[in-house]
Design a protein around this ligand. Structure first.
Ligand code: SF4
Ligand code: SF4
Length: 748
């Protein structure tokens, strides 16, 4: 970029806060081609003034020093259509609104911001559009309620759909269910199973191709260009644009519930086995075919239990209420008894609960089932019951309301199976070989279950959370997985009931369609939706250290046999984590690079006289930390005038060279503010801030070499709603640095 213009807005209080002439002077001294001020650059007159200045001076880059880029986006973006590159510095929030009007130090902040902005902008390179051939097809894997709804939604949006099902029929677990809990007012009676009608619609659609008895052998490629190999009856290969994984859940293995009598008596059945009796319209004890006088339903059978499934499966309570109402329809002489930990019938399901209580329930009690004795009849020993401390309840038939295990958990197990087999054959330790062989044998039964078989360096299935559900950013991006263009829906995604699965399927299909449309435009999907810049690897200097392939949270990179990264750009979320990880610093975006941020740091003025003017650089994550700071500024918060804010895509993009650069130039300290880490992570890029923290372990050595205290670099975790902490965080760090005294490298 060689012809840059600076457009300093004087509106929104900026003109009162800073000495405009001095800021313009700093811009001129930093080598910009022209400058302009206006009291409202975001208004039609201001925008027109920018346009004509750009044309008159043939500018190819414009720095707008005004409000945060989170506002007036559309207005300013219009300036860059087929025109110059643009960078915005939030002088309003980072300087004018958060510091004293007319103060010399406030003007110095604005001067530094303009210099930093020009330094960044001068490194910009033209973005070549990604020209790729993109498939319009959405592939839906699994045909339970979520899969059926996903297929119909994507087809309804005009996209061809391929629906892949491992069984010889559609419908998943719901296919064999008599009814479902109510989805419509007055929410009092079971409702007809919607699956047969959905299957009819699928079969009538000429947009949807159905492949039953089919498994996925391999998925290669990237969004817009996934190459899928299938086996089974179809045996074909195809290219699809995006994928909805709706492979559902399987019932928890009741053979693990021996304490609840499963296996000890044929009259202890799971809720799924009991459903077959309801569908057949005949309720009989399996042991001798007699009609039970009393059926006992044990809720949370293996759920919310640290020895089994630790989570609530979400639909078993309503399902039991429904099954009891179906029993009452078949034979009113049968008494239904329920033993529960809590009945979880939230929201409008309260009506269903009340109606079931009135029409179908003989007895309900809270309590912990200790054991079930099978001795002629079944005796259920219950502790802490509402009926008294410990009671024994007799029943002829016991129904265990078992929870759900996501199919993605099978993916984890299959991965473990492959690892165990590998270890059993190749480990150098005989003990490990022996243990691995035992584990491989235990897991062998899971082979052949429905997984995606992704040809990704980071593994064949969606990464899963600790309970085996695919990972997702549940707060901000519930549909997203860590594999761009692949969306989980229904009970494989999270425990849910049928109506939630329907919504989840539709939602995931909309994301799948959105991904295809954005891939066509070469844009990132989320959270940098619309970003057209992408990482460029200068592979001639790659040392095959594999840090980028290992640290990319989204499995963007595969590797060749030598370990050189193979980039699939349409998988990329543009977080810059690879850029921060690469020790050779050979990964850059057209508008963001190690070099550009280093130049921004160099552009900060470092007065030699520490007593008056210490300097601090704050590297702040653009996703949460920076918006938190801008919210604080908008609410009137103030902080010290020594801190210079540099926005980063994610703290994970932080390359430690920036810290060395800052401290060796005499900057007194560097603070990094990013998202909270941990399993319930907040980071939009999964582990970016955590990775930055790990990299800081290596910084100690660099600081030692420079004879500097390690406390001069600090990382703070912050969530968006903690904006009120901003002044304290920044001022406390300034005080800590003050106690340490000036950076001894100042002035060298
Ligand atoms: S920018 Fe992020 S998502 Fe893209 S390759 Fe690098 S680490 Fe992966
Ligand atoms: S981190 Fe850099 S040097 Fe290492 S493999 Fe990736 S591109 Fe090559």
């Amino acid at each position: 970029m060689d012809k840059l213009g600076v457009f300093l807005c004087t509106g929104c209080g900026i003109g009162e806060a800073v000495d405009v002439d001095e800021v313009i002077e700093a811009a001129n001294e930093h080598g910009c081609a022209c400058t302009l001020t206006h009291e409202c650059f975001c208004g039609p007159e201001g925008l027109e003034a920018i346009k004509s200045t750009v044309a008159d001076n043939a500018l190819n880059g414009i720095l707008v020093a005004a409000c945060t880029e989170r506002v007036k986006t559309k207005e300013f973006a219009a300036l860059t259509v087929d025109g110059p590159s643009m960078f915005r510095m939030a002088v309003r929030e980072h300087c004018a609104w958060s510091h004293a009007d007319g103060d010399e130090d406030t003007t110095m902040i604005a001067q530094d911001m303009v210099r930093m902005g020009l330094a960044r902008l001068s490194g910009f390179k033209a973005i070549e559009p990604l020209a790729e051939e993109i498939s319009d097809t959405v592939m839906v894997v699994g045909s339970g309620r979520a899969g059926l709804e996903a297929a119909l939604t994507a087809a309804g949006l005009g996209h061809p759909v391929v629906l892949v099902e491992k069984d010889d029929h559609l419908g998943g677990l719901l296919a064999n269910q008599k009814s479902i809990p109510p989805e419509e007012p007055p929410y009092e009676q079971p409702q007809a199973n919607p699956v047969p009608k959905l299957i009819e619609e699928i079969e009538a659609s000429d947009q949807i191709k159905v492949l039953t008895t089919t498994n996925i052998v391999k998925i290669e490629g990237q969004p817009g260009q996934f190459k899928v190999s299938l086996n089974g009856s179809s045996g074909l290969e195809m290219t699809v644009g995006s994928i909805v994984q709706a492979t559902g859940a399987r019932p928890y293995d009741a053979t693990k519930l021996g304490h609840l009598g499963y296996g000890a008596s044929p009259d202890v059945v799971t809720s799924h086995e009991f459903e077959r009796m309801l569908v057949a319209g005949k309720i009989a004890c399996p042991s001798d075919g007699r009609t039970p006088k009393r059926i006992a339903y044990i809720q949370c059978a293996g759920s919310r239990d640290e020895n089994h499934l630790r989570y609530c499966s979400s639909d078993c309570c309503n399902n039991t209420l429904r099954q009891m109402m179906e029993v009452a329809k078949i034979d009113t002489s049968i008494e239904n008894a329920v033993i529960y930990k809590d009945i979880r019938a939230p929201g409008l399901m309260e009506y269903f609960f009340l109606s079931a209580q009135k029409e179908a329930v003989g007895m309900m009690t809270r309590g912990e089932v200790q054991k079930i004795e099978a001795n002629g009849t079944l005796k259920i020993h219950v502790a802490d019951s509402l009926l008294g401390d410990n009671v024994a309840i007799e029943a002829d038939l016991v129904v265990l309301a078992v929870g759900m295990v996501p199919r993605s958990a099978d993916g984890e197990l299959i991965r473990e199976l492959h690892d165990s087999r590998h270890q059993a054959e190749h480990s150098e330790s005989s003990q490990v070989r022996e243990k691995s062989a035992i584990r491989a044998e235990e897991l062998a039964g899971h082979e052949g279950t429905e997984i995606l078989n992704l040809d990704y360096r980071q593994g064949p299935d969606l990464p899963a959370l600790k309970y085996g559900f695919p990972d997702s950013h549940f707060i901000c991006f519930p549909y997203e997985s860590r594999r761009t263009g692949i969306y989980a829906a229904g009970t494989v995604h999270a425990p849910m009931d049928s109506v939630q699965a329907a919504e989840d399927g539709s939602g995931a299909a909309m994301k799948a369609v959105q991904c295809i449309e954005m891939a066509k435009r070469g844009e990132a999907v989320h959270p940098r939706a619309g970003d057209t810049a992408y990482p460029d690897f200068f592979l001639q200097r790659c040392t095959q250290c594999k840090r980028c392939t290992e640290e990319c949270p989204f499995g963007t990179l595969n590797e060749d046999e030598k370990g050189t990264p193979e980039l699939f750009l349409l998988r990329c979320r543009r977080c810059g984590i690879c850029m921060g990880a690469c020790p050779e610093r050979i990964i850059s975006f057209q508008d963001y690079s190690v070099h550009m941020v280093a130049e921004m740091i160099k552009a900060v003025s470092v007065p030699e006289d520490y007593e008056e003017k210490p300097r601090i650089v704050a590297l702040m994550c653009e996703n949460d930390a920076l918006p938190a700071l801008e919210t604080a500024a908008a609410m009137g918060a103030t902080w010290n005038p020594w801190t210079r804010i540099i926005p980063v895509r994610c703290l994970g993009s932080m390359n430690i060279i920036w810290l060395a650069e800052a401290l060796s130039r005499g900057i007194d300290g560097v603070i990094l503010i990013g998202c909270k880490f941990g399993d319930d992570y907040q980071c939009h890029y999964v582990r970016g801030s955590e990775l930055a923290n790990t990299r800081l372990d290596n910084v100690g050595e660099t600081l030692e070499r420079l004879a500097l205290e390690s406390e001069r670099v600090k990382l703070v975790e912050l969530s968006h709603d903690e904006f009120d902490r901003i002044p304290t965080i920044l001022d406390e760090f300034a005080e800590e640095l003050d106690e340490m005294g000036p950076n001894p490298l100042k002035g060298f």
